[in-house]
Design a protein around this ligand. Structure first.
Ligand code: HQG
Length: 183
């Protein structure tokens, strides 16, 4: 089993289901590192060196340690109620959201909702949104009029790993882009 598989398993534990390995996260989403290693090691090859490698090489920088590396958490993406102390920030003029074609009818009616996660995930650029969209089948991109939303009082957060988050995006702030614009 490779690092990638272990990293995916960590994402399940640290974002969605810590109970899978019988641990709990604190209110800020932190898991105890020793406890995490000892429980994960029952099914995956892991120790502190491997954990440090996963955290530093993860291509989306999904995880962070606290200062003395006794605790670890996911930077964003949670479905369980934790407060990871996100930075509230004024967004750029526009942000992007990548989704699958199968969700378009519903999104055009309801706007973007966070579904199982705590927030709607938005990308700073088109390419990233495209990648996110392909996870759901044929990708469709939306432009989100983020600064208009911000002026209207919606809050935006920027996670440690560069994902923009907001609670919802009503239809009037969305502009559908059927094809990726490579220009
Ligand atoms: C869609 C990955 C129907 C939404 C990525 C999305 C991301 C609606 C899906 C992170 C809807 C939820 C999150 C509505 C939204 N009707 N469908 N009204 N509103 N949707 O996986 O944004 O690799 O929970 O468009 O990089 O795809 O896991 O969210 O398609 O940052 O680290 O409902 O996951 O990161 O899907 O992805 P998800 P997402 P990781």
């Amino acid at each position: 089993m490779g690092l990638k598989e272990t990293s995916k398993y960590m994402s399940l534990i640290l974002r969605h289901k810590p109970e899978t390995i019988g641990i709990t996260l604190d209110e800020h989403g932190w898991a105890n590192v020793d406890e995490l290693i000892s429980r994960i090691s029952k099914t995956h090859e892991i120790n502190m060196d491997i954990l440090e490698e996963i955290v530093s090489t993860d291509e989306k920088k999904r995880y962070s340690f606290n200062d003395d590396k006794t605790k670890i958490r996911a930077n964003q993406g949670h479905s369980i109620q934790v407060d990871v102390e996100l930075e509230e920030k004024e967004p750029p003029m526009i942000l992007w959201h990548g989704t699958g074609e199968k969700f378009v009818a519903s999104i055009d009616e309801q706007g973007l909702i966070s579904k199982s996660r705590l927030y709607v995930h938005l990308s700073q650029d088109e390419e990233t949104a495209f990648k996110v969209g392909t996870r759901h089948g044929k990708p469709v991109l939306y432009i989100v009029k983020a600064s208009d939303m911000f002026k209207d009082g919606y809050k935006f957060y920027l996670s440690k790993n560069g994902v923009w988050l907001t609670k919802e995006v009503p239809v009037k702030y969305l502009e559908k882009q059927w094809e990726m614009n490579n220009s």
